[in-house]
Design a binder for this molecule. Structure first.
Ligand SMILES: [Zn+2]
Ligand SMILES: [Zn+2]
Length: 108
């Protein structure tokens, strides 16, 4: 039997960081707050809630492909784990824009 590595959890949640109430995602599995883009480091494999760290995964970089945002890179503020996730259609574009500005500013 193959071990199931991806558990689909698709429910709304209230963000621990900014208190934004996230509705369930329509197309994708929501894995980060649509408002501040943060999520909690609680999964070893997506959706398993097996990670004991419980730090905050903050957006730390963006991967751009073909002129559009392909992946958001998250870094855990507690253990330094790096994760990559697809952005959701309803992620706050302004938050992404502001973070991108900050990141490009810190490179210069
Ligand atoms: Zn949030
Ligand atoms: Zn962590």
């Amino acid at each position: 039997m193959q071990q199931k590595k991806f558990t689909v959890i698709n429910e709304g949640f209230i963000c621990d960081i900014c208190q934004h109430q996230n509705p369930p995602a329509t197309k994708t599995c929501r894995n980060h707050c649509q408002q501040c883009l943060c999520s909690k480091h609680v999964d070893i494999n997506p959706g398993d809630r097996a990670e004991k760290c419980h730090g905050i995964l903050r957006p730390s970089n963006f991967i751009i492909k073909g002129g559009s945002l392909s992946k958001i890179v998250f870094t855990c503020d507690r253990c330094g784990t790096v994760r990559k996730n697809k952005p959701a259609d309803d992620d706050n574009k302004e938050t992404i824009f502001i973070l991108m500005q900050k990141l490009s500013g810190s490179l210069n």
